[in-house]
Design a protein around this ligand. Sequence first.
Ligand code: ADP
Ligand code: MG
Length: 259
Amino acid sequence: MAGDLAIDIRNVSKAYGRGAGRTQVLKGVSFQVARGEFVALVGQSGSGKSTLLNIIGALDLPDSGAVHILGHDYGTTSDRGLARVRNTEIGFVFQSFNLLEHLTCLGNVMLPAQFDGKMTAHQAEERALEALRRVGLADYAARRPSELSGGQKQRVAIARALFNQPALLLCDEPTGNLDSETGRDVIEFFRKINDEDGTTLLIVTHEERVSRVAKRITRILDGLIVEGDDSTIARDSEAKDSKAKDGNAKDSKEEEGAA
Ligand code: ADP
Ligand code: MG
């Protein structure tokens, strides 16, 4: 039944550019995620992950194909309807955190508040504080993002994504700017959200290590979904993770230096 699916896309195609510069990024992708699932979509850089995630999140439109998200048929939903789905039913977490520097952490978490008569500013603050508490950062409510470490910034971004208690959380390389230990903490937190709230989670990543925590892994290769052999992926990730440790530790030092 379509109603049990959080994500149901069929034969979705998307190209960028024209003429000789035209790139077919998605080549007829079909992909389903049941409500409450925690899925990692793993693929190399350039395989079309962000393009697909943006289509699922109603941030971009496909050239062709059917997109049903949380029971909404995007093909027959107005722009206003799509904006409403995007703002109230879906949460987004990005690699680069996308926090606004001129706002405090509390202000950032409150950004998705819909002041449509149902919520006062005070209630929005209370709810934002609760979300910050959930990610362990209530004490940082009055701080600016620039005063936080990378892992803390991502936790603030997660609190913001959870503000409207979305049914679907879409994460684009959420650990891409984090060292491996911090990245693991963030992924563990996603698992907690999935377990406790039943939030459907889709994480796209090129990092195999994320696959350990997701409950299902699907692969994307050159704009096409290829169902993964989970056991193979798990074995690969063990090997790559131990190799990647040194490199990631260096990254985190560089990040601290830059902050
Ligand atoms: P991934 O997230 O897996 O790295 P993307 O979905 O970002 O892959 O991109 C897939 C391909 O589409 C890449 O070759 C990229 O250069 C191209 N692409 C993405 N967005 C655009 C755009 N707005 N205009 C032109 N090409 C794009
Ligand atoms: Mg990407």
